[in-house]
Design a protein around this ligand. Structure first.
Ligand code: CDP
Length: 218
């Protein structure tokens, strides 16, 4: 069983994907971490994330057990901005495609299935997924959630700057030529602007159970 979860930054898809994976006994891959790792690797080599040739090299070198994938710095805003720049490079996306498809085809730990979350899982990486969700919320709500997350982690943040960063990343992700952020035609769109995390989770579980006929819904 493959479950695809896509959506814009801070839509809550990461938390949702983790809970869905636990409920349905699946392995989980946060594909954003892969782009963040490539972005960080480029920054650490003192290169420009828009340098296509170098970013492609870094993407091809990334291995499933790389220590950088567990580096807390990947959650920083610098890594996020670098990620959305390397993510616009076609060779980077091509290099990461095999990584993601292998995970979906052979989930680690002998799990019964895989949950992948990102921007293009339902449209490009796993177009034949058994269930596709597109999780979204208004940009203002998403900026508020990111602000709360940053403050909880003790990172000082300016509300207007967080909102502007969110808009910049939305624009880069949805306007790029390759694999732009958009819902797959057969995705269930879940707008969580007025939902709690628990409400979003229950709605997602109900949809996946009906789409896959899974008995793990309860
Ligand atoms: O956690 P958040 O939603 O803020 O971001 P993320 O999912 O970690 O993704 C970071 C960046 O990687 C995004 O802004 C995208 O540009 C890129 N990305 C992508 O292009 N395709 C994916 N499947 C996942 C992430």
């Amino acid at each position: 069983m493959v479950i695809a979860i896509d959506g814009p930054a801070a839509s809550g898809k990461g938390t949702l994907a983790r809970r869905i994976a636990a409920r349905f006994g699946c392995a989980h891959l946060d594909t954003g971490q892969l782009y963040r790792a490539v972005g960080m690797a480029v920054l650490r080599a003192d290169k420009d994330p828009a340098d296509a040739a170098f970013a492609a090299l870094a993407a091809r070198a990334l291995k499933p057990d790389d220590a950088i994938l567990a580096d807390p710095e990947l959650r920083s805003d610098g890594a996020a901005q670098a990620a959305s720049k390397v993510a616009a490079v076609p060779e980077v996306r091509r290099a990461l495609l095999d990584f993601q498809r292998s995970f979906a085809a052979r989930p680690p730990g002998g799990a019964a299935g895989a949950v992948l979350d990102g921007r293009d899982i339902g449209t490009v990486v796993c177009p034949d997924a058994d269930a596709k969700l597109y999780v979204t919320a208004s940009v203002e709500v998403r900026a508020q959630r990111r602000l709360k997350e940053l403050r909880e982690r003790g990172i000082p943040a300016i509300p207007d700057a967080v909102l502007e960063d969110m808009k910049a990343r939305d624009a880069r992700d949805s306007q790029r030529a390759v694999a732009p952020l958009k819902p797959a035609g057969d995705a269930f769109v879940l707008d969580t602007s007025a939902m709690t995390a628990d409400e979003a989770f229950e709605a997602a579980v109900a949809f996946i159970a009906s789409a896959t006929g899974s008995a793990a819904a309860r």
